[in-house]
Design a protein around this ligand. Structure first.
Ligand code: SF4
Length: 117
């Protein structure tokens, strides 16, 4: 009976240790995700029509000449509103004919979208 209690106690201690370490990993992952989200927010942010990015952002798909995603340049030319993923149409890119997100990059083979002044 005592052995069973000792084994149960040991099991519970191990389970608590595992749960604690998993919780710590979860907290770290959340912190990393928040940091990445913060960096993306420096490039753009969600809007009522879609994801809004500043048109002066370089080396990212949303501002690239070769990107085939749904996007609209604002009349004042300062922002781009994006509503989805797009195809890379640059044969010089490792992502050629692959689907990419508007924030994908930085990329040396990026070329400024000709509609951006
Ligand atoms: S993957 Fe690179 S080359 Fe292709 S659209 Fe995006 S920024 Fe442009």
């Amino acid at each position: 009976m005592t052995d069973a209690r000792e084994e149960r106690r040991a099991f519970l201690l191990k389970a608590c240790a595992v749960a604690g370490s998993m919780l710590a990993v979860g907290v770290v992952r959340q912190a990393v995700a928040a940091e990445q989200e913060g960096k993306e927010m420096q490039m753009g942010q969600g809007g009522t029509d879609g994801y809004v990015m500043h048109s002066n952002v370089t080396q990212r798909c949303a501002t690239c000449e070769f990107w085939g995603g749904p996007r609209r340049l604002a009349q004042d030319g300062k922002t781009i509103t994006i509503t989805g993923l797009g195809w890379c149409n640059n044969p010089q890119s490792a992502n050629y004919l692959k689907m990419t997100s508007p924030e994908h990059g930085p990329m040396a083979v990026w070329k400024k979208w000709q509609l951006i002044r």
